[in-house]
Write a protein that binds this ligand. Structure first.
Ligand SMILES: O=C(O)C1=C[C@@H](OP(=O)(O)O)[C@@H](O)[C@H](O)C1
Ligand SMILES: C=C(OP(=O)(O)O)C(=O)O
Length: 427
């Protein structure tokens, strides 16, 4: 269903503590992995609770155009793999579609061409392309501000063996090779060389989802992180997707910011999702939390406390944490997130600009942000086509009167119902 919202969208203001229960849709990152694994599998499989959003629909369309049959059965997706073919793929602004399929394209029987949103031209992919070339894949790519970029064409085949990649700019480079690896006749050993890999829980998620489908992977996360993947069949069977815990965080932030209580059902007791880090973060900021019978409950404090934290592993949570930090009554330092400059937008610059626009104090550091308590006033928050900047603006609008958000519709990247769900919660 497509909704249309006023632009700018007046962010609902919470005149009282927010209380409610929010059932969030499936995880974007898990859906992306399960779709790719099912496409490379040795037999048909079924996906229950897949996220339907711009990013995951782009993945579905891309895989269909590469020869994978994807049928809708009730709310489930039934995937029937076939030989991968030449195709043209629109990656939109989806990092996972771009990076995962650029690697998988090496398995197709002809050239696979890629293009996407203009903002995608600024997102890094060079180290992944260089590494693919070292495996014998031929690449034609344009030149962009972040090195080689869209539009690009990938033509396999790739040989297996060992590949070295610098994944300090995005964990998705490692995940892309992990997904490709079981299908290479010799398997693949992936070695990271460079600064620390961000978002390691996302790599763990790739390893976990592949292992659940039968892949054999040895990993060594020491000084030279290495993943050894054996060639072999993939048989995912029927898989149920967990709710998206990163997309749950703005709703939990509504409880934290207003001294209310928000509950999220179906919260997994064990998960590789980086979004689960939000529990410790909200506790550090003064909230109390409980997880009983799969329901996470967060109750916010009278006053939010600032925090000093590395978000290197969970960079995706930065916009939510930064919005709360801007509402806290003591300073915050968020570090380990230089790679966010290559996300949907330069998130460090965007957050600093928007907090400053509302009268707050936020400065960029080499690898993060420092946010000081300051009284905020209303204004129009730009979302920079970035779903998480849009939800950042919504969180600020709970407390700061007169906040509106430009292009709230960009939340369709991973949560098309966000504005309706948010308006329903903050009545
Ligand atoms: O593999 C994934 O699903 C993701 C990995 C992370 O990317 P980076 O390592 O580029 O930060 C994360 O930020 C992104 O939202 C999703
Ligand atoms: C960085 C993100 O997305 P992606 O890299 O998958 O486009 C995100 O969802 O925060």
């Amino acid at each position: 269903m497509t909704h249309s919202f006023p632009d700018p969208w007046p962010a609902p203001h919470a005149s009282a503590p927010v209380f409610g229960r929010v059932d969030v849709p499936g995880s974007k990152s898990l859906t992306a992995r399960h779709l790719v694994i099912a496409a490379l599998a040795d037999e048909p499989s079924r996906l229950v609770g897949a996220l339907r959003s711009r990013d995951t629909d782009l993945m579905i369309t891309a895989l269909r155009s590469m020869g994978v049959r994807i049928d809708e059965d009730g709310g489930d997706l039934v995937l029937t793999p076939g030989p991968l073919t030449s195709a043209h793929i629109d990656v939109g602004l989806a990092g996972t579609v771009f990076r995962f399929l650029a690697a998988i394209a090496a398995l197709a029987d002809g050239p696979v061409s890629f293009d996407g949103d203009e903002a995608m031209y600024r997102r890094p992919i060079g180290p992944l392309l260089d590494a693919l070339e070292r495996l014998g894949v031929s690449i034609e790519a344009g030149d962009g501000p972040a090195g080689r970029t869209l539009p690009l064409t990938v033509q396999g085949p790739a040989r297996g063996g060992t590949v070295t990649v610098d994944a300090s700019g995005s964990s998705q480079f490692v995940s892309a090779f992990l997904l490709l690896a079981p299908r290479l006749p010799e398997g693949l050993t992936i070695v990271h060389e460079g600064g620390p890999v961000p978002s390691l829980p996302h790599v763990a998620m790739t390893v976990e989802t592949l292992r659940a489908a039968g892949a054999h992977i040895d990993e060594d996360l020491g000084e030279r992180p290495t993943w050894r993947v054996s060639p072999g069949p993939l048989r995912p069977g029927t898989v149920t997707v967990e709710p998206d815990l990163s997309n749950a965080t703005p709703f939990l932030a509504a409880a934290a910011a207003t001294a209310g209580t928000v509950e999220i059902p179906r919260w997994p007791s064990q998960t590789s999702q980086a979004g689960a880090h939000i529990i410790a973060i909200l506790e550090q900021m003064g909230s109390s939390t409980s997880l009983v019978d799969g329901v996470l409950s967060v109750t916010g404090p009278e006053k939010l406390t600032g925090l000093d934290i590395s978000l290197h592993d969970a960079g995706e949570l930065t916009p939510t944490v930064a919005a709360l930090a801007a509402l806290a009554d003591s300073p915050s330092r968020l570090s380990g997130i230089a790679h966010l400059r290559g996300h949907e937008t330069d998130r460090l610059a965007a957050i600093a600009a928007e907090i400053t626009k509302l009268g707050g104090t936020c400065v960029e550091t080499r690898d993060g942000l420092v946010i000081e308590p300051s009284p905020l006033h209303g204004g129009v928050v730009d979302s920079y086509e970035d779903h998480r900047m849009a939800t950042f603006g919504a969180i600020l609008g709970l407390i700061v009167p007169g906040v509106s958000v430009l292009d709230i519709g960009c939340t369709s990247k991973t949560m098309p119902d966000f504005p309706t769900m948010w308006e329903g919660l903050v009545r």
